[in-house]
Each structure stands twice: as C-alpha cells, then as structure tokens.
Design a binder for this molecule. Structure first.
Ligand SMILES: Cc1cc2nc3c(=O)[nH]c(=O)nc-3n(C[C@H](O)[C@H](O)[C@H](O)COP(=O)(O)O)c2cc1C
Ligand code: SF4
Ligand code: SF4
Length: 263
C-alpha cells in the first residue's frame, strides 16, 4: 500500500510510478480525514510518498500519520520523498513520528524534482532545461528504487544538502511559524472565476465568493477565490490556475507556474 500526498503533481507521479512498478495499491492522503484507516494484508509493505516542505515531511502528512489507524504492522515501511534540492534529515524525523505508531521506517529515498516553492524572493522555478533534466533522472531512478523496495532493502538513500540537522529542526520550525500564511494570496484581473483553485486545494481552504478585496483592500464584485487561513503553502492553487491569476505578495510577481506534466 502506498499512501501519497502531492500539491503540484511531482509526488503523485512518483507514487503512481512506484505503484505501477511494484504492483502495490495506491491511496491518496486526505489531510482533512479525522480518523483515517488502512487495512494491510499479511506481508504487505507500506510506503509514504510526499514532497519535502522545509526539510521535513509536510505537517499535514505528519498529522495524518498521527491519526492513522492501521490493522497490522507492515512487513516493510519506506518513505519516498520528492524535493527541489535536498531533504536534510527528513527520514530521521519521519522515522521518529512513525516510531510513535510502533512502525519502523526501513528505508528512505529522495527524488529531486522541479521546484514548486516560489513564495520568497530568490526562490523560483527551475528553467525548462533543468526541470527536464531532473525529470529524466527521476524516470531513470524509479525502476531501481522499485526494485530495491521489492527486495525489502534497508537503506537511507537521500540527498541531504548542507547543514541537514539545522534545516530539519531549526529552519523548519522558523519556516512554519514565520512564513506559512495565506494572507498574502490575492487574484489579479486575469482571474476568470473558473474555481479550479478551490477545487485543487487539499485543505479546502478556498471558497469562491461574490465579494473580494483587491490588493489595496477595496471590496469589488465578482466570483473570486477567498482564502480562509488554513493553508500549508503547498502552492497547488497558484500553480494550477489556468490564467496565472494568483499572486503571493510581491514574491511571485513575474514568476511562472509548474505542475507535473505541464513543464
Ligand atoms: C512549502 C514548500 C516547501 C518546500 N521545501 C523544500 C525543501 O525544504 N527542500 C527542497 O529541496 N524542496 C522544497 N520544496 C520543493 C518541493 O519539495 C518539490 O518541488 C516537490 O517535488 C513538490 O512536490 P509536489 O509536486 O508533489 O507537491 C518545497 C516546496 C514547497 C511548496
Ligand atoms: S484558478 Fe485562477 S482563474 Fe480560476 S478562479 Fe482561481 S484564480 Fe481565478
Ligand atoms: S490555499 Fe493554496 S497554497 Fe494553501 S493549502 Fe490550499 S492550495 Fe495549498
């Protein structure tokens, strides 16, 4: 059984490919589920596939794992995390979270994919060439990882980057307390009121409203997205918008969009 979460499609792609190559079942993580349940059959492996947010598994995934009820111990448990650059000590931190559920993490793999984080000055998408290079490397790595999962290899094979401990334990805490917000989202006049942003939000954080505030704070008429404060900055709304009508403060101005399959 593979449980996966994905904002912009990278992890979805990895999860689907691993499921195809290993023959395992696939289940989407719904972070809004209050009492998620998983029924493993005897000898079945359990895989988690998700992006890395600030050098750790996204908090909405950790929260889901905390609430998860599993009928049996998996025969083998692994994490396959996607990232733009590196993952720090994501596996070790996630292993501790799983240990609280009496599950041992046997293996962890990282997949370096095109960047999705654009909410800060200096953080941008990969060039088309870079994105294509990353995806080609991942396509090559997937069968190897699937084969290692198949033979239940116990290994941590990830790109850690510099100062992994500081990033996973210190930067991550600062990131969540200082930078994760939806207060900076707004729509430009390019919005065509299609509602896709609301549809793709994994947290149901967006509704379409008849009145909306423009960036200057004046109220205007028309169906536009409204953000409600329960956001993890997965950037699905921003990247999926068909008309690039969503902005995050000044940070996203002039930046492009990316979802897997559209680059
Ligand atoms: C909020 C946020 C935080 C991120 N933090 C990291 C990070 O710490 N290290 C990294 O290499 N990439 C980071 N990224 C990039 C994503 O992990 C990467 O693009 C991932 O493949 C996106 O997966 P998805 O398309 O399944 O959502 C971050 C992206 C977002 C949106
Ligand atoms: S996805 Fe874009 S165009 Fe569609 S409603 Fe949302 S902001 Fe407007
Ligand atoms: S509001 Fe946008 S960035 Fe926030 S969780 Fe929903 S889709 Fe992700």
């Amino acid at each position: 059984m593979i449980l996966y979460f994905s904002g912009c499609g990278n992890s979805k792609f990895v999860a689907e490919e691993l499921a195809r190559l290993t023959g395992d079942r696939l289940m989407l993580i719904n972070p809004l589920e209050s009492a998620p349940k998983v029924d493993l059959s005897s000898g079945e492996a359990l895989g988690f596939v998700c992006p890395v947010y600030s050098w750790a598994v996204p908090r909405i995934v950790s929260g889901y794992v905390k609430r998860l009820e599993i009928n049996a111990q998996p025969s083998y448990c692994y994490l396959a995390c996607t990232c733009g650059d590196n993952v720090g000590r994501t596996p070790e931190r996630f292993a501790k979270e799983l240990k609280k559920k009496s599950i041992a993490l046997d293996a962890a793999f990282s997949f370096v994919m095109p960047e999705t984080y654009v909410n800060l000055k200096g953080f941008d998408l990969d060039s088309d060439e870079n994105a294509a290079r990353k995806i080609a490397a991942v396509r090559e790595r997937l069968p190897q990882v699937a084969e290692r999962i198949g033979r239940r290899e116990k290994v941590v094979d990830v790109v850690r980057g510099k100062v992994p401990w500081i990033n996973t334990y210190v930067t991550n805490a600062l990131f969540y307390s200082l930078l994760i917000t939806d207060k900076k989202f707004y729509t430009t006049d390019r919005c065509i009121s299609c509602g896709l942003c609301a549809k793709v939000c994994p947290l149901g954080n967006i509704t379409m409203s008849g009145d909306y505030a423009d960036p200057q704070g004046s109220v205007k008429q028309g169906l536009r997205p409204v953000w409600h404060g329960n956001c993890t900055n997965c950037m699905a709304c921003y990247h999926h918008c068909p008309n690039n009508a969503i902005q995050f403060g000044k940070a996203t101005q002039g930046k492009g969009q990316y979802t897997f399959g559209m680059s």
